[in-house]
Design a protein. Structure first.
Length: 225
């Protein structure tokens, strides 16, 4: 076993129930030492400009990889950052973010090396999650002509990660929540990003939309009067 793996294993072994609580106390002490009013500001309310829809993967913390603070990003995470129109949890988060918090950006962020996307590429049963991952297989079906031409499996994996984020953003754009906000003149943009675990860098997929004019006509809805 290499030194890096040993160091990683030792760190994980030191993370215990009690160490988490102690870690919280240490963080509070350090934070107050640097900024005595930090928690007073947090307790006063939140006004985040961004809703982040990302993967539950423990290696992709929204605040840390964007160098932002608590209160800057409203976060929803699920396995493989899937966006579907039947997920009431996600839709509730989106509705609250857009209509109450008035966020200016909604970002669907996938990540290379995503285990959920990789599982969706295969045919092995995993369990209940197979039904969730079916949504990613639908992304493959939509883009099968492109994906089937990619012979390198690693590149195909990466491209499906990208397309999953892009389709997720498109699904956000087509919701009545976002379209009603646009119709009301609200400042709101939707984006698709992909994060690299190997480099720590985020890639913009360049599929942003800031009005209904940016989406496919088939998804456009007339606003309620």
């Amino acid at each position: 076993m290499c030194a890096k793996n040993i160091e990683k294993d030792n760190r994980q072994e030191t993370i215990t129930y009690d160490s988490l609580l102690q870690g919280n106390k240490d963080w509070v002490a350090t934070t107050l030492n640097e900024d005595p009013a930090f928690f007073d500001r947090l307790a006063a309310g939140q006004n985040p400009p961004v809703l982040w829809i990302g993967c539950s993967d423990s290696r992709v913390p929204a605040n840390q990889i964007t160098n932002t603070l608590p209160g800057d990003i409203f976060v929803h995470r699920n396995i493989a950052n899937v966006v579907t129109h039947t997920d009431m949890n996600l839709l509730s988060v989106l509705d609250y973010s857009v209509n109450v918090l008035k966020v200016k950006h909604v970002i669907v962020c996938g990540h290379y090396g995503c285990g959920g996307v990789n599982a969706a590429l295969g045919d092995k049963q995993v369990g209940l999650i197979d039904n969730w991952l079916r949504n990613i297989k639908d992304v493959y079906r939509i883009h099968d002509r492109e994906l089937d031409t990619i012979k390198d499996q690693a590149r195909k994996f990466d491209r499906l990660v990208e397309l999953n984020a892009i389709e997720g953003a498109a699904n956000i754009m087509s919701t009545s929540i976002v379209q009603n906000a646009w119709a009301a003149g609200q400042e709101l943009s939707v984006h698709a990003w992909v994060y690299s675990l190997k480099t720590g860098l985020i890639s913009d997929m360049k599929v942003s939309a800031s009005s209904a004019a940016d989406i496919s006509p088939v998804y456009k809805m007339k606003a309620n009067k």
